[in-house]
Write a protein that binds this ligand. Structure first.
Ligand SMILES: Cc1cc2nc3c(=O)[nH]c(=O)nc-3n(C[C@H](O)[C@H](O)[C@H](O)COP(=O)(O)OP(=O)(O)OC[C@H]3O[C@@H](n4cnc5c(N)ncnc54)[C@H](O)[C@@H]3O)c2cc1C
Length: 381
């Protein structure tokens, strides 16, 4: 089934060309160094790739979520989900949040520079004692005469160590429930902000994941994103698309891993025949291919609902749960088909498996996705 029109396919070809010229030959080095250079953001920006969802008045392409989805499926072929997600968080989640909720002044300040890749953003919900249950967050912002005082900490923040600004979810009214949260655009050059530590991880090596601290940090009034008390709703709304985005990334990664595995089993010989000629091999890979087609359909179903403005919390949760879990199983099966080579870093399944592993945790765990989806199931029955 064709999910993209000709224009979107042309866009995908331009991404592919960029990856060949600027990314693929460097990606192993970035993974080995546990760091990719900030300059890649400005290179992506110069090609117009960071403004997919941002209005033309701020230097963006003014595209919709389908164009963003086309981006994710092509860009997600890059064998480093840490790198691709770091970029996607900035361009497809953080900048659009400012576009959607920000004042005219905030948009003028952050969007053009963000679209050019001259500044890099992060989004911070999670805290050391609050991940799945965000109602437990303790970071608080108190009103002062000339702004806000921010205190607290955040953990596991993608781009956290390199960010020029961070959208921070904080408690602004301890007595209010969901209306007691607000979002702030925090300029990381201001006093009171610090990166407490960078975390070493199983995968996503080229991407930085950091713990951040806010200590008696004075924020000006115009750091508030949108209205006081809207933070919870803004965050939940951003997460809807973020979950589809992560699913598309898993889909693209598992598909690429499968493609490389098909090439491998066609080459590898044993018992006088190629590995691809064994019935069991063909069965494994055909089943994986079938599953990926179902994953693709699920992603696009959720995407269509979101584009139509429908309430699709149940569907996006089901999509994330199914696609991200299946992608891990597929990459694990691909690793198995590489035998001993699969366990080495010389072949791609090892990295795909490590990198895909995160997507059943980040953006809401599989258990939380199942919890949300089950509410939809029992409401319908
Ligand atoms: C590499 C990386 C990048 C990340 N990037 C960001 C980022 O940019 N910004 C950000 O804010 N966060 C980020 N995160 C955090 C991520 O979103 C959280 O790790 C995730 O939401 C889970 O929270 P937690 O780690 O506190 O786990 P916990 O909430 O402590 O969960 C522990 C376990 O309990 C299970 N569990 C929880 N509730 C239930 C339940 N009701 N029923 C059954 N089981 C349950 C969970 O599924 C999980 O298996 C990132 C994490 C990583 C590792």
């Amino acid at each position: 089934m064709a999910y993209y029109n000709e224009e979107e396919k042309i866009f995908q070809r331009s991404i592919s060309k960029f990856l060949e010229q600027q990314v693929l030959e460097n990606i192993d080095e970035w993974e080995d160094n546990h760091h990719f250079p900030d300059e890649i953001f400005s290179k992506l920006g110069a090609q117009g790739f960071l403004g997919v969802l941002i209005g033309e008045e701020y230097g963006g392409a003014g595209g919709n979520l389908r164009l963003a989805s086309a981006w994710c499926e092509e860009f997600g072929k890059t064998p480093s989900i840490g790198f691709t997600t770091a970029v996607n968080m900035h361009s497809l989640v953080i900048l659009p949040a400012i576009q959607r909720y920000g004042s005219k002044e905030q948009k003028s300040r952050w969007l053009p520079a963000g679209v050019e890749g001259n500044i890099i953003g992060a989004y911070a919900f999670t805290e050391p004692d609050a991940g799945s249950d965000l109602t437990r967050i303790r970071t608080k912002a108190e009103k002062t005469t000339d702004g806000w005082k921010l205190n607290g900490s955040k953990i596991f923040i993608t781009n956290g160590a390199r960010a020029d600004f961070v959208i921070v979810l904080a408690k602004t009214d301890p007595d209010a429930e969901y209306d007691g949260y607000s979002s702030f655009i925090v300029d990381t050059s201001l006093p009171g902000f610090s990166v407490s530590r960078k975390l070493d991880k199983m995968g996503w090596h080229s991407s930085d994941t950091a713990e951040l601290s806010f200590s008696e940090m004075h924020l000006p009034d115009d750091a508030l994103l949108g209205q006081v008390g809207q933070g919870w709703y803004q965050s939940m709304s951003s997460l809807e698309w973020e979950r589809i985005m992560l699913s598309l990334n898993s889909l693209a990664g598992a598909r690429q891993c499968l493609k490389e595995t098909v090439a491998y089993v066609n080459e590898r010989s044993m018992f006088g025949q190629t590995l691809s000629s064994f019935d069991l091999t063909r069965e494994y890979l055909t089943e994986a291919w079938t599953d990926l087609n179902l994953c693709e359909a699920s992603c696009h179903r959720s995407l269509n609902l979101l584009l139509e403005g429908k309430d699709c919390r149940t569907e996006t949760s089901l999509t994330k749960l199914y696609v991200c879990e299946r992608a891990i199983e597929i990459s694990d099966r691909c690793l198995q088909l590489h035998g001993g080579y699969g366990y080495t870093t010389e072949f791609s399944p090892e990295r795909w498996l490590r990198d895909l592993r995160l997507n059943t945790i980040g953006g809401g765990t599989s258990e939380i996705m199942a919890r949300i989806a089950s509410k939809g199931l029992f409401k319908k029955s």
